[in-house]
Design a protein. Structure first.
Ligand SMILES: CC(C)(COP(=O)(O)OP(=O)(O)OC[C@H]1O[C@@H](n2cnc3c(N)ncnc32)[C@H](O)[C@@H]1OP(=O)(O)O)[C@@H](O)C(=O)NCCC(=O)NCCS
Length: 227
């Protein structure tokens, strides 16, 4: 059974997750203006959407209310560290308490912020939060085969390709596969060990959660997921 969690307890969402390049914060209503700009962008839509062309303003507004402000998913705004410039959004949806898994999404909507390492770090922070702090087991995602920048960012964070929907998308005059990628907690732990890092240290500046044992992390996950 797939359990689509309605994440009621927003206390289990971090207020902030700090990295070296970016700071992830909860969305605020004023971020809607940026959301509209990002999701009206034709190139963002080309890279990330099945449909041909961007969302309508009405779709974006609904998406923002449900995803960024609502409790359907855990969505964080991506800010550049230092300047605080808002450049994008990243999220977990389909939080599945029965199987300890979640689906990951990211959009850096400001094009001039592409290729600076922000997406890779935001993804790593989110994966560390899910698999480390919250004790989930698996994070997965989907990406179009032609989106090389995204695939490289995900690979750098430890995701591996586990499958492909062959010729699932028609774009730029030809068929492309949609790749399924995932990372397991064991792989994240192994990667951290290889880099000489502490896999149990939280990604967030949330020192209070440092050193939580396995049972405590699972408890947090269960409460996050409303179980
Ligand atoms: C995909 C995305 C999150 C990546 O974040 P980013 O900050 O732009 O990427 P990074 O700077 O972290 O770089 C990621 C990798 O892509 C590489 N890269 C950068 N520009 C590239 C380009 N034009 N073509 C191919 N690879 C590129 C980088 O070298 C890096 O790879 P490496 O670590 O092997 O060197 C971001 O570009 C984005 O949101 N794009 C628009 C929406 C989108 O595609 N979302 C994902 C849908 S699945």
């Amino acid at each position: 059974m797939v359990y689509r969690a309605s994440v009621a307890g927003r206390t289990w969402f971090p207020d902030v997750i700090e990295g070296r390049l970016v700071v992830l914060r909860r969305h605020v209503p004023d971020n809607l203006t940026a959301f509209r700009r990002w999701y009206r962008d034709a190139e963002v839509a080309r890279l990330a959407r099945y449909q041909d062309g961007p969302m309508s303003i009405e779709e974006i507004d609904r998406f923002f209310q449900a995803r960024a402000l609502g409790g359907e998913s855990m969505t964080m705004a991506i800010h550049v560290r230092g300047s605080e410039r808002l450049i994008g959004t990243c999220a977990f949806s389909q939080l599945d308490a029965d199987n300890g898994s979640a689906l990951y999404h990211i959009t850096i909507g400001e094009r001039d912020a592409w290729g600076h390492g922000y997406g890779t770090e935001a993804t790593r922070l989110m994966v560390d939060h899910a698999l480390g702090t919250l004790g989930l087991h698996r994070v997965s995602l989907s990406v179009f085969e032609f989106n090389e920048r995204a695939i490289r960012a995900y690979a750098a964070c430890g995701f591996t390709v586990e499958g492909r929907a062959r010729e699932a998308i028609w774009r730029d005059g030809r068929w492309w596969d949609e790749l399924s990628m995932s990372i397991l907690e064991t792989e994240r732990r192994r990667g951290a060990q290889e880099r000489g890092e502490d896999a149990d240290a939280p990604a967030a500046s949330n020192g209070a959660r440092r050193g939580l044992d396995e049972r405590a992390r699972r408890g947090i996950a269960a409460r996050l997921l409303g179980r």
